[in-house]
Ligand binder design. Structure first.
Ligand code: HEM
Length: 501
């Protein structure tokens, strides 16, 4: 009993100390936050209550708030979370400060959740590690290498068409999203790791489920302060859920790396791949032989490609199909361009040269990414104080590069809710700030896979549109972008496919 009293007092002192620290942090954030334009919040929880809505509602909220503050003449807005300041540059010009920084490249705290999975990979890493890995990996995305992936793009896109044929024959409604999802998974696995997983045939793919589960959990984590406490995270069972997902994710790539390594060592892999079409993993394995990348480095980079390249491309391609379904005249023009550049055979391969000549399709893909950005926003956690548009933002704040806000800027994009690929005619692009359109971000941390993904999408969309007329089976806003790590459609992409003859 005599021992219990000092234990209890020490415990109480610790709690009080912790509460005092939290109080000081909240005070500091409230002080800086009060100097920056933003919605009113209460002293303790700031604007937290505004974030307790459906994840489709969040995108709309960001766009409406941004519009309101821009109309009041501001080029920056902020939200206050308990002890956290979230700052949003509202224009291409103001976002340049963060995009052009070569030192402020650390991702926001939401990415802490990705640490156990891809913490050392390009997407999340910083400093010398990031710099040296980026330099090593960049040549894998060189034009000459990208051409080598066209066989895979074409083969898997043709399988996608085959999988969808039964729906055009029966006239049944189909949700395109899961079909596109499995096709891009097959493509990224084969191009990243040289392995066929056949997800288009095996619908119950555990990896797909784990990626989905991890993304959903990340969103819960971002807006649920209870999960930020490691003890509560563990006691409430979140840690177990996270570990189970991590096990599936790591096992999937780990098994593929082991298989590929064995194939390379036995010389079997060379029978199937020429130097020109070597996949990302083989390229990195050959670097590993010169002791550049460790086993764990390799897994994290491969997982980063799988994560960074799969869901993003799926989302982008799905929304492109939705936009084409709702804009038949645009779809018709895509079809005409395809016939002109690639010929009339709907089953012919699309070559690298042809893909580069599909200028109208290029504009369609861009406009689709403008209207619904596949990645709604990326954050930077400031290491040092930064001044943006005259406002002082303290270290520890999160500054967002938010395509979802920049692509909806009424001052730049006339009627931003309208789908109009001609916004990307060269003379129109010349009128805008380069950072008004940033679906792949920009600056030194920009997306390394952007050219790869655009070519991949061009081939997939070409095969779909050459074979089927895509018609919508719901109104445009009956499926909405979710505010998750990617903006997947809330109700899929419900369409009817009509065979083109
Ligand atoms: C439509 C498809 C895609 C979109 C919209 C997209 C978007 C993005 C964005 C917004 C970033 C963050 C940049 C930043 O923090 O400033 C990023 C980074 C990255 N993306 Fe993509 N991405 C796509 C496809 C791909 C593909 C296909 C790959 C790989 C095959 C890939 C690999 C990466 C990697 C490795 C990074 C981290 C780069 C670094 O920090 O050095 N992405 N991407």
């Amino acid at each position: 009993m005599a021992l219990l009293v000092p234990v209890f007092v020490s415990f109480l002192v610790l709690i009080l100390f912790w509460l005092f620290q939290k109080y000081q942090k909240i005070q500091k954030v409230n002080y800086y936050g009060s100097q920056i334009p933003g919605p009113k919040g209460n002293w303790l929880t700031g604007n937290l209550s505004m974030f307790q809505k459906s994840n489709t509602g969040l995108i709309e909220m960001f766009q409406e708030e941004a519009k309101k503050f821009r109309e009041q003449g501001h080029s920056v807005m902020r939200y206050i979370m308990p002890g956290k300041l979230l700052v949003f540059p509202l224009t291409g010009k103001t976002v340049s400060k963060i995009l052009e920084s070569t030192t402020e490249i650390e991702k926001g705290e939401d990415y802490d959740f990705f640490e156990p999975w891809i913490g050392g990979g390009l997407l999340v890493s910083v400093g010398e590690r990031w710099k040296s890995h980026r330099k090593l990996i960049t040549p894998s995305f060189h034009f000459a290498k990208l051409e080598g992936y066209f066989d895979v793009f074409n083969q898997e896109s043709k399988i996608l068409v085959e999988c969808l044929e039964k729906f055009s024959d029966s006239g049944e409604q189909v949700d395109l999203h899961p079909f596109i999802n499995r096709c891009t998974l097959d493509i990224i696995c084969e191009t990243a790791m040289g392995t066929k997983v056949g997800a288009q045939f095996n619908h119950d793919n555990s990896y797909l489920k784990a990626v989905d589960g991890y993304s959903t959990m990340m969103l819960e984590y971002a807006y649920n302060p209870i999960m930020w406490n490691p003890f509560l995270f563990w006691i409430l069972g979140h840690k177990k859920r996270q570990n189970d997902l991590l096990y599936s994710l790591k096992k999937f790539t780990g098994d593929i790396i082991a298989e590929r390594k064995a194939a390379l060592e036995s010389g079997e892999a060379e029978k199937f791949t020429s130097k020109r079409s070597m996949n990302f993993l083989d390229l990195m394995l050959s670097m590993k032989e010169s002791n550049v990348l460790s086993e764990e480095d390799l897994r994290q980079e491969v997982d980063t490609f799988m994560f960074g390249g799969h869901d993003t491309t799926t989302t982008s391609c799905s929304w492109t199909c939705w936009n084409l379904a709702h804009n038949p005249e645009v779809q018709q023009k895509v079809c005409e361009e395809l016939a002109e550049v690639c010929g009339e055979d709907p089953n012919g391969d699309i070559s690298y040269e042809q893909a580069n000549q599909l200028h109208y399709l290029d504009r369609v893909l861009k406009e689709s990414k403008r209207l619904i950005a596949p990645v709604a926003l990326v954050d930077r956690k400031l290491q040092k104080e930064m001044e943006i548009s005259g406002y002082i933002i303290p270290p520890g704040s999160s500054v967002s590069i938010a395509p979802v806000i920049l692509h909806n800027n009424h001052d730049v994009w006339k009627n931003p809710e309208v789908f109009d690929p001609d916004r990307f005619l060269p003379e129109e692009c010349a009128k805008r700030h380069p950072y008004d359109f940033v679906p792949f971000s920009a600056g030194i941390k920009n997306c390394i896979g952007q050219k790869f993904s655009v070519l991949n999408e061009k081939v997939m969309v070409s095969h779909l549109v050459r074979n089927f007329k895509i018609e919508p089976m719901a109104k445009f806003h009956e499926t909405l972008p979710c505010f998750e790590s990617v903006s997947k459609p809330s109700n899929g992409i419900p369409v009817k496919l009509i065979r083109r003859v």
